[in-house]
Design a protein around this ligand. Structure first.
Ligand code: PXP
Length: 244
């Protein structure tokens, strides 16, 4: 059964709407952990639109579970990672105007740059993952770049217009997952996963961890964060867990 990483960026989005100190990020992380989160994920964006540097430092100091830091491949972010030393780093592409991370990294086009970044981060004992589309070329390139893990971008699957498109995207993810496993990479996935579409991804053999943010936070508005995480965890764990 895959682990669940809960991305709490949008707790900070709400806080930054008023630039105050509520809702409290640490309390949100603790509620997610109480609901069954195996890691807490935050994306420190270059424009600091939600998570701030002090959030990352505070979470690293106080969290009882792993901290997974998503970040762009820049000198500034590599410095932050080497200073804070989260358990995991997920390198992502970043564009200023995007609403969320819209595609995977083009690893193939920048293997040596990513190899150098990965090496600098790994030298602090941090597990490095590359966020990639379900494309065999990118998975192979992630291996060449020295990554420990890949996080397969499930956005195209989540956004598929109909059942046929969704099935095709699921097949692409399944074969990319198989390749990642064959190459000895840790296999993670995320983006756009929700209570309706998570099961097929959770059932992929060898799936280590799913990272989910928006759908859990959207549900939390109505039921609270801890129950929203618990519901997701039950779906990931499968029908047997649901009957408990
Ligand atoms: N994984 C990565 C690398 C991401 O950038 C994001 C979005 O921040 C997620 C997972 C979570 O996506 P969502 O918020 O759609 O669940």
């Amino acid at each position: 059964m895959p682990l669940l990483g809960v991305n709490i960026d949008h707790v900070a989005t709400l806080r930054q709407a008023r630039r105050v100190n509520v809702p409290d990020i640490q309390a949100a992380a603790e509620a997610a952990i109480a609901g069954g989160a195996d890691n807490i994920t935050v994306h420190l964006r270059e424009d600091r639109r939600h998570i701030q540097d002090h959030d990352v430092a505070q979470l690293r100091k106080n969290l009882k579970v792993r901290l997974n830091l998503e970040m762009a491949v820049t000198e500034e972010m590599i410095r932050v990672a080497r200073l804070v030393i989260p358990h995991n780093v997920c390198l992502v592409p970043e564009q200023r105007q995007e609403l969320t991370t819209e595609s995977g990294l083009d690893v193939q086009a920048q293997v040596s740059r990513l190899r150098s970044a990965t090496k600098k981060i790994k030298s602090k004992g941090i597990i490095v993952s590359l966020f990639v589309d379900p494309d065999p070329v990118q998975i192979q390139a992630a291996k060449q770049a020295g990554a420990d893990a890949v996080e397969i971008h499930t956005g195209a699957y989540a956004n598929a217009k109909d059942a046929v498109g969704r099935a095709l995207e699921l097949e692409r993810i399944q074969s990319a997952a198989q390749l990642a496993r064959d190459l000895g990479l840790i296999l993670n996935a995320g983006h756009g996963l929700n209570y309706e579409n998570v099961r097929s991804i959770a059932q992929i053999s060898g799936m280590n961890e799913l990272n989910i943010g928006f759908s859990i936070l959207a549900r939390a508005v109505f039921v609270g964060l801890e129950p929203a995480v618990r519901e997701m965890k039950k779906l990931i764990n499968g029908p047997a867990a649901r009957e408990e």
